[in-house]
Write a new protein. Sequence first.
Length: 363
Amino acid sequence: MPKVDDVGQVRFMNQKYASASVVVLGGGIAGLACAYVLSQSGHRVTVFEKSRGVGGRMSTRRGDGWQCDHGAPYFLARDPSFASEVARWMAAGAVAPWHARVVSIAPHAPPEALPPVTRYVGVPGMTMPARLLSKGINTVTSATINELVREGGSWRLSSTESGLIDERFDVVVVGVPSPQAVPLLDCAAPELARAAARARMRPVWVVMAQCEADPALGFDAAVVNEGPLGWIANDNSKPGRAGHGTWALHASSTWTEAHLEDEPADVVHALVAAFRELGGPAVRTAIAHRWRYAHPLETKGEGAPGYMWRAQDGVGVCGDWLAGGGVEGAWLSGNRLGAAIQQSWTDPACANRAETVLARQYS
């Protein structure tokens, strides 16, 4: 990994027997995975999240008699360390397998069943793993952090809602999508900001459609290879769901990019019409939600660390965009960054050596 020489003693690294004060910006899976590791290691951790609750794209919307996972529709567990974490989530009742009948839909061809794979979902909604990770951790919601301020060897934050915050932190972790990370890192860690600026993310429009009847399409979810849709799923086929007749209609990233600034009502009209063409039933009500930063465009490079870390001044960056995307990538990124911070804190050799770990695919 790249080394930064002659940076002098690092203040927080010399406090081997004391706990660090850590702030994590972003209450998605990446930030919470990092926060969990550090909290379990005895550090004092605070999470700031701009939304009303934790979870990020692990989101569930609820209405009168319906609910819908309108962010990540499911996740896989291929990495052994993440599979072990998912087992812990399952034991806590926060996750269950989704035994979905999934097909691929192509133009002028009947739906083709995809090979079986174990898909997981949060129970009773996709936010549950995030809530489990954040349990016991000081979490401040509805707080938009807009600036990192270096002051006397510590970090302070400024928020849109409250201005400069009094509390000081030894370590700051930025766990937000790359375009949102860049302005936070510009002055705090320009080297990391330049790497984050090279990471591109793609948007997705999602429509939550409440159907007039439970459709009998012969499948629970589908990868759609025609028209504006990219993925459709019957939310009620997932374990632990309430209500009935709700489908999540995900536009393709290509269609979303072409219609990024469309009015939500126009997006609803287009995606519901495409759903009906696939055999979907009439829709009673529907709501559109735009994820401006939904998926990383690039995948991780060979041997990429999956996070960024400037040990000399205590700035870390994590996110799915650093580790291949998806819930698994987000958790791996945050978990690995948490381990790296913990090692920097406890390893005596770090008092004489400071390191910068860059995202290799973006450096």
